[in-house]
Design a protein around this ligand. Sequence first.
Ligand code: 6PG
Length: 225
Amino acid sequence: MIFERFETCPDAEALAAAAAARILTLGLAAVQAHGLFRLALAGGDTPRRCYERLRASNFDWSRVEIYFGDERCLPRGDSRRNDTMAGQAWLNHIALPSGNYHPIPAELGAEAAAEAYAEVLRPGLPLDLVLLGLGEDGHTASLFPGNAALHQAQPVVPVHAAPKPPAERVSLSLGVLNAARHKLFLVSGAGKRDVLQRLATEPDLPAARIRGAEWLVDRAAWPER
Ligand code: 6PG
């Protein structure tokens, strides 16, 4: 079953608030259980408002290890990178120790970055929570339908020929995403209505292959039935 838990929110702001609350709840539980909260962030635009809301939290960020679910092969600091968005929205505004921040070195190119990040990530596995977005074609992280990266076994995979620019990316593998203790999808906007409907009948879509995930979806993406 792909929808372990499916909650609809009235609008994008309510989705951001619910996501921030869920992240903090799972973070506290992780810290209480094993002293750390290992969190992989989603890219794209949807999580931005949730990240902004997390600035105000008094969470002990020194207990948080920040990873990324995927990254675009662009120069460090490029405005289109997922870590640039997360930094501007949230991470640049909190007291996160520099040693707890683990960006994907995607500027090295897909192959070299995947190899290097696997070494960074390995001691932190399994992750406590992976945040995920949903693409209109059913992709998640940088795992795209029909792309060879979906079938690779190593923990971090190089992605070539991605249909969503840039073509060159790096992604956590399906195996690492599924091994996370919790997976939380954030889905917002009418543009995601069709793909949400497809997930139930197209199990090979990358997002449908994430098992036991929690879904936070706004009404625009999941209208009242
Ligand atoms: C990326 C993300 C990608 C994103 C989805 C949804 O690099 O773009 O990793 O998986 O989460 O495409 O993007 P939006 O939230 O912008 O709709």
